[in-house]
Every structure is written in C-alpha cells, then in structure tokens.
Design a protein around this ligand. Structure first.
Ligand SMILES: Nc1ncnc2c1ncn2[C@@H]1O[C@H](COP(=O)(O)OP(=O)(O)OP(=O)(O)O)[C@@H](O)[C@H]1O
Length: 260
C-alpha cells in the first residue's frame, strides 16, 4: 500500500489575518508551500531527488533516518538551501529569487540555540530580531522595548531579561531562540530537530510550545512525541519522501522502515 498522497490544500491566504484553523482557533491561515520536482545536489551527493509537495497544514512533521535529507528539506523552506533543479515557493514567493521576502514569512529554529543566539543578554537578543531592516523603518525604541518585554513575559523569560544569554540552561536557550524568532511574527516556523539537545522535561516543553503557537509549523524531529496532534507527517528516506500521511500511519511506516 502506498502511503504517498497529495493533500488537498486551501488556496493561498494573502495576509493570513483573521480566519481560524481546525484545532487551532484564531490561528492564521497557513501559507501554501510548494515544492515542484525539487532536486538538491550538495558536493557529489544527490541529497534530495524529485520532491513534489504541497504543504498547507497547520502542523507538519518530518522524520527519517540520519542523513536522509530532512535538514536539507527544512532549509529549502526558507531559502537557506535553494534547489539545484525545480522550484520551491512559499506563499507564492520563489525562494531562489525572493529569498529575503521568504525569510520574512518563515522563521527558522536550529537544533543548537547557540548557533542562533547572537546578543549578550536575553532581552538584547530578542530586541535584535526587531532591529530596523534595509528599506524598513522598524519600531520606535520604546515600542520595541515593550514588544520585547511582552514576548519575554509570554515565554516565562522576563526574570532573565538582563541575564547573559550564554548562562541560560539548554532548555531556556532554546526557548529564547524560539522567542527571538516568534517576535518577528513569521507566518511559518520551521524547526530542525529543536529538542535533540534537550533533556526529557525541556524536550517536552519545547514540543508543547511548538504544538501551541499560532504559526504554521514544520518540524524535523527524531523525537516522535513532538508530533502528537500533528496534521501530517512526511517520512524521508534516501532523498525522497517515501510516506506522507496522518501521523499514525506515517509513523507506523517509519517504524517498519527502521525495523523498529
Ligand atoms: N554541504 C554539504 N556538502 C555535501 N554533502 C552534504 C552537505 N550538507 C549535507 N550533506 C549530506 O547530505 C545528506 C543529507 O543531509 P541532511 O543534513 O539533510 O540529513 P538529515 O536527514 O537531516 O540527517 P540527520 O538526521 O543526521 O540530521 C547527508 O549525507 C549529508 O552528509
């Protein structure tokens, strides 16, 4: 039985403001992410081969063996990697030619928050995400401070606002990294193994956070508990999507594939 499917997707959503989503009242309407015949060659290796996907669900998980191409797939979604052949479009924007605009829509969370935290203190790191960008005025200073404070309060980090970010625990660092991404209000959050470096309690907390944010989420993970309640799971194997279904059948397929 093939587990590959083509999902019916909602038409693209303009600003995404307003409408709710099944299971996530008040959440923004998901963007449509399209991958058309995507190949990625890195060095001598065909890392992804002939990927055709339309993603418009609120929660999508990506699983697969080490080296199967999951991180590369995730990085395609914000233009960190561009296809060697084929096209990736996010909300109708081509990641190859409109990368900067795509990255305003798509926030990215890395496995290691130390790769992402760039400022000395917790509040400064969140504020850095709100710095004025080329061609955009940015928020006035006082307003920016208020937005940072509200974001830290929302994530339970307000008590650490002036603390050196490098002294936070691993779980707090990942929380800070996610807060610094979410404060820019991306439409889509892509996370690449965000719980891999965390202990069980912190992994659960970060998994719950990703499951509860209003943003559309695509998460690459080996931590299958993270995918509880997700709408769709892709199984990647040797550069191809070999299963694409609701979590239970997709994860059953993955376990069989892994002999687990
Ligand atoms: N810049 C690169 N040059 C050459 N090969 C690369 C490069 N980046 C990744 N690869 C190779 O591409 C393959 C897929 O890598 P990718 O990181 O996408 O896999 P993954 O499924 O996320 O693996 P893991 O679960 O171990 O993180 C791996 O064999 C990797 O060694």
């Amino acid at each position: 039985m093939s587990l590959l499917r083509r999902t019916n997707v909602v038409p693209d959503a303009g600003t995404g403001a307003g409408a709710g989503h099944d299971g996530a009242p008040g959440a923004a309407v998901p963007l449509t992410v399209r991958l058309d015949d995507v190949h990625v060659r890195l060095g001598e290796r065909d890392v992804l081969r002939g990927i055709d996907l339309e993603l418009a669900e609120h929660r999508v998980g990506v699983v697969g063996a080490n080296g199967s191409g999951k991180s590369t797939l995730a990085r395609l979604l914000n233009g960190l990697v561009v296809p060697t052949r084929g096209q990736v479009a996010v909300g109708g924007l081509d990641t190859r030619t409109q990368g900067a605009a795509v990255r305003r829509l798509v926030g990215f969370v890395f496995t290691d928050p130390d790769a992402q935290i760039v400022m000395p203190t917790v509040a400064e790191d969140v504020a850095y995400s709100l710095r004025p960008r080329r061609g955009e005025p940015g928020l006035p200073e006082a307003e920016r401070a208020a937005v940072v404070h509200a974001a830290l309060v929302e994530r339970g980090l307000a008590g650490h606002a002036d603390h050196p970010a490098h002294l936070l625990s691993g779980g707090q660092k990942q929380l800070l990294a996610i807060t610094s991404v979410l404060v820019t209000r991306p439409r889509l959050l892509v996370a690449d193994e965000p719980t891999t470096l965390l202990d069980l309690r912190n992994a659960r907390a970060i998994g719950r956070l990703l499951g509860s944010v209003e943003q559309q989420v695509v998460v690459v993970t080996h931590d299958l508990d993270v995918l509880d309640g997700y709408d769709r799971v892709l199984v990647v194997d040797d550069g191809r999507v070999v299963a694409d279904d609701e979590p239970a059948p997709a994860l059953a397929f993955y376990r069989r594939l892994m002999g687990a």
